[in-house]
Ligand binder design. Structure first.
Ligand code: SAH
Ligand code: SF4
Length: 361
């Protein structure tokens, strides 16, 4: 007989069977989980939501992850790279609107020109905003030297999802070659930590072949790695990718969404003062998806600042929202929704991970 949920929620450290139980809850127990997560958030991170203006810098990618729409093997999209002035304009927008933080994300590129370009952009962003806008990078696996150069040029945080923490499952979702090696990705996470970044990772939820056991292990992975930030969201199929052939094996979208909410809620209870993002993929399934994530523990939102003309070419998955919304419209609808979720926006604040600050006083 499993323990009643009230007992499990009181455990100071969840064991795997607790996590499996919580991921499987329904009805009244599911709501108890969400209430506990909401209380944990209020106590340990407060009601403030931090904005990270998202700049989808380029859709050139040398990799071929089986799930992703902008994989190198997909010729449907026009490949683009934002110009310097487009990036700096987006940064200006973030600065003028008091977003103290931006995220530069891109397909994976490791050539010299790319590495130099990011370094010079980081320096220009620092100058232009007098160091007031902090930069998070999400540019995939790079050499230690590159991570160090970008850190020295002003980047403070890095997001690199492990995608799935089970190496055997990782192998099913990626080509079997050194460029897509699980251990290489894990080593990159460790290097980022050693260089001094606030490190964020995450997983996709509801992938083909993925089990509840895998998701429980993902949560344990986050705790063991002692992450500072998390970004998790539902896997959403994309017709131009190899994984699409397994679409019949997937959970319905609503269930993938619900599992994602539970992952956010459980992680908030496990790692009380980390930053957790309410991700765009959640909004893709449910128009109020990000607000729902805020209500069960998330505290970061990433409004999209990518110029509209590029958005239809940065489709990692299908039905991505806000393809035709300018940043201004995105902002005002978000503000209203965040207030509806009972939170306020931490304008002008960096919103560093409390967990990171605790480790690095
Ligand atoms: N190239 C970099 C950053 C861009 S991809 C990297 O891979 O780290 C950012 C994230 O998009 C990936 O980490 C992955 O988790 C997510 N993603 C890709 N395809 C997806 C899909 N079909 N459904 C949901 N998320 C997806
Ligand atoms: Fe490239 Fe990232 Fe997509 Fe993989 S997930 S194909 S690395 S953009």
């Amino acid at each position: 007989m499993p323990e009643p949920i009230e007992k499990i929620l009181e455990h100071s450290r969840f064991i795997k069977s607790d996590l499996v139980y919580l991921l499987n809850t329904g009805g009244k127990e599911r709501l108890e989980l969400f209430t506990k997560a909401k209380e944990t958030k209020a106590t340990f991170v407060g009601k403030k939501v931090y904005f990270r203006g998202l700049i989808e810098y380029s859709n050139y990618c040398k990799k071929n992850c089986y799930y992703c729409g902008i994989r190198a093997g997909n010729s449907r999209y026009v490949r683009y790279r934002m110009t310097d002035s487009e990036v700096l304009e987006a940064v200006d927008y973030a600065h003028a609107n008091n977003y103290a933080s931006i995220v530069i994300q891109s397909g994976e590129q490791t050539n010299k020109a790319f590495v130099n370009k990011i370094e010079s952009l980081l320096k220009r962003i620092h100058l232009q905003t007098e160091g007031k806008v902090h930069v998070t990078l999400s540019l995939g696996e790079q050499s230690r030297e590159t991570y160090q150069r970008w850190f020295d040029a002003g980047a403070h945080r890095y997001l690199l999802r492990i995608e799935v923490s089970n190496p055997a499952l990782y192998l099913k979702l990626h080509p079997n070659n050194p460029g897509h090696d699980y251990h290489r990705r894990l080593d990159s996470l460790k290097t980022l930590r050693n260089v001094g970044y606030q490190v964020g990772t995450g997983v996709m939820i509801g992938l083909p072949f993925q089990t509840i056991d895998d998701l429980a292990d993902d949560l344990i992975f986050f705790r063991e790695f002692d992450i500072d930030m998390a970004g998790m969201g539902p896997y959403i199929e994309h017709a131009d990718t190899p994984l699409y052939q397994y679409r019949d094996k997937l959970l319905p979208l609503k269930e993938r969404f619900d599992l994602s909410l539970k992952m956010v809620a459980i992680l908030r209870i496990m790692m009380k003062n980390i930053n957790i993002a309410a991700t765009t993929a959640m909004q893709t399934i449910d128009p109020q998806g990000r607000e729902k994530a805020l209500m069960v523990g998330a505290n970061v939102i990433m409004p999209n600042l990518t110029p509209v003309k590029y958005r239809q070419d940065y489709l990692l998955y299908e039905n991505k929202p806000c393809l035709d919304e300018e940043a201004e419209e995105c902002k005002s609808c978000l503000e209203a929704r965040i207030h509806m979720a009972g939170d306020t926006i931490g304008y002008g604040e960096w919103g560093d991970s409390g967990h990171f600050l605790e480790r690095n006083p």
